[in-house]
Design a protein around this ligand. Structure first.
Ligand code: KIV
Ligand code: ZN
Length: 524
């Protein structure tokens, strides 16, 4: 069944034409290797994209090879290659897509006055002749031919209609009217399709297609307007990558149709739960990061930070979510905790993370969380885990860090002033060392003398960023007893002191004497 037949027998079905591997790959810095393109093409095919524009075969041998390879690999989708209005261009494209189960040649020419005069340096009547020639040549190779009027939105309407009529007469099965420079506005774009479809006598013989660029941020809005104007094929890219400001984003279109089916009664055949996977893959292979607040696939797209929003979400997800994260392939809603998060959200977060704390421990953990959130913009799951682990691990410690001041830098010995709570007694000392950590450990040693040796001191950042919490591990051994203590804090020095003290506490517990390690008794 041809695309035309398919579209006319499914009035409400819109075809998704993905051009990530052609228009998307065309943007500076987004080039992909053959293997990467194959991986993307296979995923697009699996997720139900109808047409995959695999590349521009005449552009290079590499482009030709990847279109040819994709054509062989893709199982369900139509595989399409792009070509200009030149015989060798079209023939090369035909050769590249030959191995496809369903092949399409997409051939284009500019129709706007500015493009014809300056880019093509041709008169309108010459362009009109080329339209017939290019489509006829393409049809000599395949039955599925798409013709595009480049810069259609800045093309004079009478001329556009004459070109479209000629293209359909020559055998084009799809007519694409692109907003090449992202200049149009929704109502105008919709009207262009209505007018062309009304005025061109053979317009019912082809599927009309939208192709929008995002220069004014209206690519998706224009795309949806074009569908309202009668188009039934949507050209788009994953993550909206493409020339300049990019193309209309596939994931936004698919979800707009899904979520607002009441206002836009059209279906795409795309499996929405694969959208996140596609986004991550395209981002990884192009090394183009996805904007944090990008609709549908940005890392904040389902994150709720303000206390009011988090509270609402916990009461009913529909308060602030118009679609579920699962519907686009995100495993769960991520409540980013911050200084505005309340106790309710914190308690729920702990539940999600698998913690069940008693009232006192919860209060202590919440106080520490608030202190952390004051110093750190976003508190992630890992931060909370580190904090609560530290709290649980060290809850029954007999020795605790109360206060610490460290002087470090290039001038002289580093020093630490440390106060420990030892069985309810606050004791302070000062010590120097070869570096701030050494000074802290010497201070601990002074307050709690012991014979244990330090086997390991390790620091790791719990999350990214310079404000990340440090998680320090300290391993001590005494005789055959080996213990590891952990401490977490945004201040690496405080985390180090906590970790060392935590290890000492464990050592005491391990000795099972209910007292301090032998040598410590002498000191304090
Ligand atoms: O933006 C555009 O006009 C294009 C055409 C080649 C279809 O990408
Ligand atoms: Zn384009």
């Amino acid at each position: 069944m041809s695309q035309t037949q398919q579209a006319s027998s499914n009035k409400d079905r819109v075809l998704i034409f993905d051009t990530t591997l052609r228009d998307g790959e065309q943007c500076p810095g987004a080039s992909m290797t053959l293997e990467e393109k194959l991986e993307v093409a296979e995923l697009l095919d699996e997720m139900g994209v109808d047409i995959i524009e695999a590349g521009f075969p005449i552009a290079s041998d590499g482009d030709f090879e990847s279109v040819a390879e994709i054509a062989k690999r893709v199982k369900n989708a139509v595989v399409c290659g792009l070509s200009r209005a030149a015989p060798n261009d079209i023939d090369r494209c035909a050769e590249a897509v030959r191995g496809a189960k369903r092949a399409r040649i997409h051939t284009f020419i500019s129709t706007s006055p500015v493009h014809m005069k300056y880019k093509l340096q041709k008169e309108p009547h010459q362009v009109l002749e080329l339209v017939t020639q290019q489509v006829t040549r393409a049809r000599g190779h395949v039955g599925d031919v798409e013709w595009s009027a480049e810069d259609a939105t800045r093309t004079e309407m009478d001329f556009l209609c004459r070109c479209v009529e000629a293209a359909i007469k020559a055998g084009a099965t799809t007519i694409n009217l692109p907003d090449t420079v992202g200049y149009s506005v929704p109502e105008e774009y919709a009207q262009m399709f209505r007018t062309v479809r009304e005025r061109v006598p053979n317009s019912d013989k082809a599927v009309f297609s939208v192709h929008c660029h995002n220069d004014l941020g209206m690519a998706v809005a224009n795309t949806l307007a074009g569908i309202a104007g009668g188009a039934r094929q949507i050209e788009c890219t994953v993550n909206g990558i493409g020339e300049r400001a990019g193309n209309a984003s596939l994931e936004e279109i698919v979800m707009a149709l899904k979520v607002r089916g009441d206002a836009m009664p059209y279906d795409s055949g795309v499996e929405a739960t694969m959208l996140m996977r596609a986004s991550k893959l395209v981002s990884a292979v192009t090394s183009f990061p996805v904007q944090y607040n990008k609709a549908i696939v940005g890392r904040n797209a389902f994150a709720h930070e303000s206390g009011i929003h988090q509270d609402g979400m916990l009461k009913h997800t529909q308060t602030y979510e118009i679609m579920t994260p699962e519907s686009v392939g995100v495993s769960k809603t991520s409540l980013v905790m911050g200084k505005h998060s309340g106790r309710h959200a914190f308690k729920e977060k702990l539940k999600d993370l698998g913690y069940s704390l008693g009232e006192n421990a919860l209060n202590d953990a919440f106080t520490r969380f608030k202190a952390l959130a004051d110093r750190k913009k976003h508190v992630y799951d890992e931060d909370i885990e580190a904090l609560v682990d530290d709290e649980i691990l060290n809850a029954h410690d007999r020795i605790k860090v109360v206060a610490l001041t460290v002087i470090a830098g290039t001038m002289g010995h580093q020093s630490a002033t440390l106060t420990l709570d030892m069985d309810g007694q606050h004791i302070t000392t000062q010590s120097t060392g070869n570096g701030p950590v050494d000074a802290i450990f010497n201070a601990i040693h002074k307050l709690a003398p012991h014979t244990a040796t330090l086997d390991l001191y390790q620091v790791h950042a719990v999350t990214e960023g310079t404000d990340a919490q440090a998680e320090v591990s300290v391993r001590l051994s005494e005789g055959d007893a080996v213990v590891t203590g952990k401490g977490a804090d945004p201040d690496t020095m405080v985390a180090s002191a906590r970790a060392y003290v935590s290890a000492l506490n464990k050592l005491m517990a391990k000795r099972g004497r209910g007292g301090r390690p032998a040598a410590m008794n002498a000191g304090v």
